[in-house]
Design a protein around this ligand. Structure first.
Ligand SMILES: NC(=O)NCCC(=O)O
Length: 365
């Protein structure tokens, strides 16, 4: 019997699975013979080196407080597991204390917004960070009460003493597919902060910011050693990009990147449309998890599952950043003065693109 017959899933593939397998790695393992799999993994992942992805735990029709408490219960358990395993820096997925309701455009979901220094999820993370002597990056919907209740998509960095070190607000707000986030909040105003923690210098590039190379670059130039990318994105939209973007950023900027994606399919009480003529629907699509860590030497860890909660633990040797920098000299050879001048020209109203046209082309009217 061939391996295909042995491993072909017999029933309908589980929701959110990849042809019946919980991750690409498991699918490859089922079909590629062991001697060849080593080579496939070497080329796909390089050499192997805590992140938490979680689904929502109560229906979106439940009272908000119940929805939030159900997620807290689950995430508390996962953070405790990370702490017991010795995790020192932990990042949670984007807007982890709530369903990713921004597809609906309904303002009622702002009920989940909280102050970045004292909201319920922040207090939970402060308690657990202190208990486990751990740094926690917690991505929330922020309500800025000091500035007229402005709403932001924010990552709060909590130090190992249970103190809030600071926060970063999402720089790039998507206007793609059902990601109607601009209905709720604006582009962030916190720049590209790097947080110096007892375990290393970290930064956060929130979700859609991962499509913007200069966003990655700025965190690197500010000295980040690890950049977390807490995300919420669905299979139909971005899955082919997911395994590339964090790796590319890690290579180009000589730091580690940890991509954390939400997991599960979220259904909402009222139907919404995608503005593409297709019928109204009540589910966002499948958040495909697949969280992983990419290193500056182009290696990466395997992914977490596509359809299950998970905790990924990776040992990061921060000295590798400098070794790779010394070898490849990407920072040293960067022509930042050229780019600075170009960008300055580009933002002028009278900017003209630098195009040298083949004079033998027929002139366009
Ligand atoms: N949450 C978020 O920014 N999603 C946008 C979709 C994507 O970047 O894949």
């Amino acid at each position: 019997m061939g391996s295909e017959a042995l491993h072909e899933p017999k029933q309908r593939p589980a929701e959110g699975s990849l042809a019946g397998f919980e991750s690409l790695e498991k699918l490859l393992k089922a079909y590629v013979p062991a001697d060849k799999l080593r080579e496939v993994t070497r080329v796909l992942h390089g050499f192997n080196q805590g992140l938490i992805q979680n689904s929502i735990k109560a229906p979106t029709t439940a009272p908000y407080h119940d929805q939030q408490q159900a997620i807290f219960k689950r995430v508390r358990k996962l953070i405790n597991a990370a702490g017991e395993a010795g995790v020192k820096i932990l990042c949670l997925q984007e807007a982890w204390p709530m369903p990713f309701a921004f597809c609906t455009r309904e303002k009622q979901w702002l009920e989940f917004a909280e102050p970045a220094d004292s909201g319920p999820s922040v207090r939970l993370c402060m308690e657990l960070a202190k208990r486990h002597n751990m740094v926690i990056v917690s991505s929330i919907l922020e309500r800025d009460e000091q500035h007229g209740d402005t709403i932001w998509n924010t990552a709060v960095v909590i130090g190992n003493n249970g103190n809030v070190i600071g926060k970063h607000r999402k720089n790039h707000i998507p206007r793609v597919g059902d990601f109607n986030e601009s209905t709720y909040y604006l582009e962030g105003n916190t720049g590209h902060p790097v947080f110096e923690t007892v375990y290393g210098k970290i930064a956060i590039n929130i979700c859609y910011g991962r499509h913007h190379p200069l966003n990655w670059m700025a965190f690197g130039l500010n000295g980040a050693e690890i950049v977390f990318n807490p995300s919420a994105t669905v299979g139909e939209l971005s899955e082919p990009m997911w395994s590339i973007e964090a790796r590319n950023a890690a290579i180009a900027n000589n730091y580690y990147v940890a991509g954390i994606n939400r997991v599960g399919t979220e259904h909402f009480p009222n139907q919404f449309t995608s503005g593409d003529g297709a019928p109204a629907h009540s589910a966002f699509g499948h958040f495909y998890g697949s969280s992983y860590v990419a290193a500056p030497d182009a290696s990466r860890t395997p992914s977490l599952a596509r359809n299950k909660d998970g905790l990924l633990i990776a040992d990061l040797d921060l000295n590798l950043n400098r070794q790779v920098k010394d070898k490849w000299c990407f920072q040293m050879t960067g022509r930042h003065n050229l780019y600075a001048k170009f960008l300055n020209d580009y933002i002028q109203l009278d900017f003209q693109p630098q195009i040298i046209r083949d004079p033998s082309l027929q002139s366009r009217q």
